[in-house]
Design a protein around this ligand. Sequence first.
Ligand code: PEP
Length: 254
Amino acid sequence: MRKKIVAGNWKMNKTAEEAQTLLSEVIALINDEVTGQVEVVLCPPALYLPIAVQSTLAYERISIGAQNCHEKASGAYTGEISAPMLRSIGVQYVILGHSERRQYFEETNAQLAEKVNIALENGVKPIFCCGESRDLRENGDYIAFVKNQITESLFHLSAESFANVVIAYEPIWAIGTGLTASSAQAQDMHFEIRQHIASQFGVEVAQDTTILYGGSANEKNAAELFAQPDVDGGLIGGASLKAKEFTIVVQANQ
Ligand code: PEP
């Protein structure tokens, strides 16, 4: 049985006080009844990772993830944070290849392959983001584009290592825009992604891979999206910044 996950990407939001408040509110609302078998992964800005880890130690169903890491283990990379550092404070996941990082920081598939490697070597599980632009969706072979992102950043892994990777399909045209992929569009792409994984790692590994949907998922549309057979949860941006909304999204994945 593959894992169901709902991850909250807080992006570059919240002051320390606001972050603490949101954290406390989410912790207060997330209980076994809400989560069922769902794992909740909170991804606050890096500054708040230590407090997030400490505050959630007692909660088995809540894990903490970073929003990025550097591709090297250590060294003269001013301002950067490494996978060994994340591991050393108890961070379990790291979002890699988010479209905002690909767009604003020019992260490439090859560089992301290195980030995936260093994360896995240090026991931090990548939530690997892939997805097409609106232009590609309307005018190009968007399925081939997404498959290629996965091939170039993940297909060098052994099946054993790949088993620790979570995929997040996030059509760029749906991120922060209020436009959501329909549940059929999400299912179609998730199915394609799973087939693609099967072609490299085998059907069993593909069946065990958690594939999340991201892009304006919220308390209103989450249940329908998560009901699709190949949608195993969500990577949630805007709706993860409000504890109640986020909790409803988590509950929708049972
Ligand atoms: C995201 O950036 O990962 C995301 C899905 O954002 P939103 O839910 O706000 O579209």
